[in-house]
Design a protein around this ligand. Structure first.
Ligand SMILES: [Zn+2]
Length: 350
């Protein structure tokens, strides 16, 4: 089932007018509706029929009736409301995602066609790690996107809006195109929750088992330090990420013999985890996790291992080779952000 963009557009709603000036509001809405409808139309998918707890035609009908609520309040977030069949996306996430693409030197290096080893790339990356630009980038993120950001009330024609400069998606960076990919991964994560909620019990169990083992491995065989309710929630986050990454890379296959999926898609996945790692830091929850979400380093390691395990199995590539050749970009970006964030945290909060 392919839903066309125009059909999806009719299901996109904004929580607020984007301006009190009706012409300006309409212009902004058209722009964002088009962008988001494009992302959604490229992302909707089904598992095989036998995954679902209902007839496939029921699942199809539900999917065609999803409403997409675009929140304009400046937070980086998204969620599924299964009761009302809503997927809620935050426009502000796009600006925050755009901000993640400022690591141009590293992205230049990773985008080159010639192959460098991970250790060669990390050597370069290490040189940049201590640059004040990195500290600056993180400070900027915390100031403009974090919990303590200033939300500027803007008054237009006597009506007040909580706006951030982000609504114009500026300033564009060299690699701003990744902003769409990061947003798409966030959408796919939510769609992953939506799908999982409709799985048969047997499939839920199969996914949970994998997620549990991946989590447990991160705690080196100590028990996962949460209660049952939290564990349930953490497993669901791992599963939603895993589904998102599998679906996203599936649409980014390449058919030369160097690797299975494009550099582009693994760069985007690295930046997606970079973004949620920045969020964790900016909300002063570094390495802590929440009631709902595992700490980001646990989350990304668990998902990467699940993904690598799945593919190295199918492709009969040893795990280490897979990490080095297939998903190098993801791993390098993830390590890069982990290190600069660790350094920042040690300096400012440690
Ligand atoms: Zn989630």
């Amino acid at each position: 089932m392919a839903l066309c963009k125009d059909f999806i557009k009719k299901h996109i709603f904004f929580s607020n007018d984007l301006s009190d000036d009706p012409v300006k509001a309409q212009k902004r809405k058209d722009l964002y509706t088009d962008m988001i409808a494009q992302i959604i139309s490229e992302s909707l998918f089904f598992f095989q029929d036998d995954y679902y707890n209902a007839d496939i035609s029921t699942i199809e009908r539900e999917m065609t009736h999803i409403s997409y609520c675009i929140e304009t309040f400046p937070v980086v977030n998204a969620m599924v409301d299964n009761q009302n069949n809503y997927i809620i996306l935050n426009l502000f996430t796009m600006t925050a995602a755009n901000n993640m693409t400022v690591i141009t030197e590293l992205l230049d290096l990773l985008s080159r066609p010639e192959k460098a080893t991970t250790s060669q790339i990390m050597l370069f990356a290490l040189k940049w790690l201590n640059f004040y630009e990195n500290e600056d980038m993180i400070s900027t993120y915390i100031r403009e996107y974090g919990a303590k950001k200033q939300i500027l009330p803007v008054v237009e024609n006597g009506k007040m809006y909580a706006v951030c400069k982000g609504y114009n998606l500026s300033p564009p960076q060299k690699y701003s195109e990744y902003m769409y990919d990061i947003f798409k991964l966030i959408f796919l994560h939510e769609l992953g929750h939506w799908q999982y909620a409709r799985f048969k019990e047997a499939w839920k169990m199969a996914y949970k088992k994998q997620a549990y083992n991946a989590l447990k491995k991160q705690y080196a065989n100590k028990s996962v330090p949460v209660n049952q309710k939290q564990l349930e929630s953490w497993m669901q986050e791992i599963i939603a990420d895993y589904i998102a990454v599998l679906v996203y890379t599936k649409t980014s296959r390449q058919y030369d013999d160097s690797k299975q999926c494009t550099k582009h898609c693994y760069i985007a996945i690295g930046l997606f985890y970079g973004l949620i790692a920045m969020e964790e830091l900016a909300y002063e929850r570094y390495k802590k996790g929440t009631e709902k979400h595992p700490p980001v380093y646990i989350r990304q390691n668990a998902v990467r291992e699940l993904y690598a395990g799945f593919f190295s199995d199918i492709l009969k590539i040893p795990y280490d080779v897979f990490m080095e050749n297939e998903i190098q970009e993801w791993y390098v970006i993830e390590s890069y952000f982990s290190q600069i964030i660790e350094e920042y945290w040690r300096k400012h909060y440690g």
